[in-house]
Design a protein around this ligand. Structure first.
Ligand code: SF4
Length: 410
């Protein structure tokens, strides 16, 4: 398996949002500058170590997330320049928040190989933005979309539903505003209350502040309808794109490609062969003979400590099946046939049948011609019929049940 994707984590934000449990720290501006300088020096050194080890040679996609990478300003530009000196990714995304994305920064990023900016818009209702602790307003978010487009970059917007005070009407207004701004890609997430966050603590005292799952499902439906009608096709549970603007980096995650993680809290995933080849980059991680894949999470700024999770071949196959269910196209016939070499065909067929019985997935034949009868899971798994097991509307809304059916095969 080639390592084709690189994820970089920048764990700093101007202010912590009230729902956020990601690894991101905020400091007073003068301390932030010092913290960013120190952190980026460590990123530069780690990047060179990756490059010297030959780990970057086949990188096709880069994603710099956070945190708020745009907060790093010129340091982010310099880092992107250094990445582009090691590899020539076809897609290079930087996450940005509207308040720290300037026209100068967008233009400078475009000049050093960045192709795409993912903007944390969340909502275009100012009261909702305040309630979740965001520091931008709707006008700033819309201006940021224009700024990214004017710099010649692809722009994606993250939106959230189930926010405190959000209504059908305010959600429709957010969709109206985003559609009018015409980004290339939109991601829609449902707010979840993560333990330990300010919003979680408030909701513990006042149940009315807990996100209403029915309302969130209605918002997801409304978004799917409006975005689809405007030409954004839903290609993953939360992701909509104009043709040709699907996020290749995320698709690498959902299709079992190897990836590298760079920066504190960044996760990478390598197959056993790549891990052996690159083991020198992870000095405290032991090789294990029974591991088919290794997931590695950098635990400190200096890349000296890593958490490692070892997956057997069977666990890796179950994970691939589960992740494929996130995609609108579902589990393809080749993956099903391949999985049957690791997971007993009867068990695999039973999981597929259960997904169909529960109304969570349906068979979609690849080629209708030459196939007159009913598609059965056994025929597909044996390679006699080519069909995809695609999530239904229910499977899309209630994905966790579907994911568990396949992860349960591990
Ligand atoms: S901007 Fe993103 S990473 Fe930073 S605190 Fe808010 S949600 Fe968390």
């Amino acid at each position: 398996m080639a390592v084709t994707a690189l994820y970089v984590h920048v764990p700093f934000c101007a202010q912590k949002c009230r729902y956020c449990d990601f690894d991101s720290r905020s400091f007073a501006p003068c301390n932030m500058s010092v913290a960013l300088d120190t952190y980026f020096e460590q990123l530069y050194a780690r990047l060179d170590a990756f490059g010297d080890a030959g780990a970057l040679a086949q990188i096709r996609t880069v994603y710099v997330g956070g945190g708020t990478p745009s907060l790093a300003g010129e340091r982010l530009v310099e880092f992107a320049r250094r990445i582009s000196a090691w590899c020539k990714p076809v897609e290079f995304t930087c996450e940005a928040n509207p308040e720290s994305l300037t026209a100068e920064l967008a233009t400078a990023l475009a000049g050093v190989g960045v192709t795409r900016v993912s903007l944390g818009v969340q909502t275009l209702d100012n009261a909702e933005l305040t309630a979740i602790g965001r520091i931008h307003d709707a006008d700033r978010a819309l201006a940021a979309i224009t700024t990214v487009k004017d710099a010649g970059l692809v722009v994606s917007c993250d939106l959230m539903c189930g926010l405190p005070g959000q209504t059908d009407l305010s959600w429709q207004r957010t969709l109206d505003g985003v559609l009018a701004a015409a980004p290339h890609h939109v991601s829609v997430y449902a707010l979840t209350l993560e333990e330990g966050t300010p919003l979680y603590r408030v909701a513990c005292r006042d149940e009315s502040l807990e996100p209403d799952e029915d309302f969130q499902a209605a918002c997801m439906d409304a978004a799917r309808e409006r975005l689809s009608a405007a030409g954004y096709h839903p290609y993953e549970v939360a992701s909509y794109a104009l043709d040709g603007h699907e996020c290749a980096h995320n698709i690498a995650y959902w299709t079992g490609q190897g990836y590298l993680g760079l920066g504190r809290s960044a996760a990478g995933m390598l197959d056993a062969e790549d891990f052996d080849r690159l083991a020198g980059l992870f000095p405290d991680v032991l090789a294990r003979g029974d591991a088919y894949r290794v997931r590695l999470v950098q635990r400190d700024d200096a890349a000296t400590t890593f958490d490692a999770e070892y997956l057997s071949q069977r666990e890796a196959a179950a994970e691939d099946l589960m992740l494929a269910c996130r995609m609108t196209r579902g589990i393809g016939p080749d993956l099903l046939v391949r999985s049957a070499s690791v997971i007993a065909a009867d068990e695999l067929a039973a999981a597929c049948d259960r997904a169909v019985e529960l109304g969570l997935a349906t068979w979609v034949p690849d080629h209708i011609e030459g196939h007159a009868g009913r598609v059965t899971s056994k025929d597909v798994i044996a390679g006699r019929v080519r069909a995809r097991l695609a999530p239904t509307h229910l499977g899309w809304l209630d994905g966790n049940v579907l994911f568990e059916l396949f992860w349960g095969l591990a």
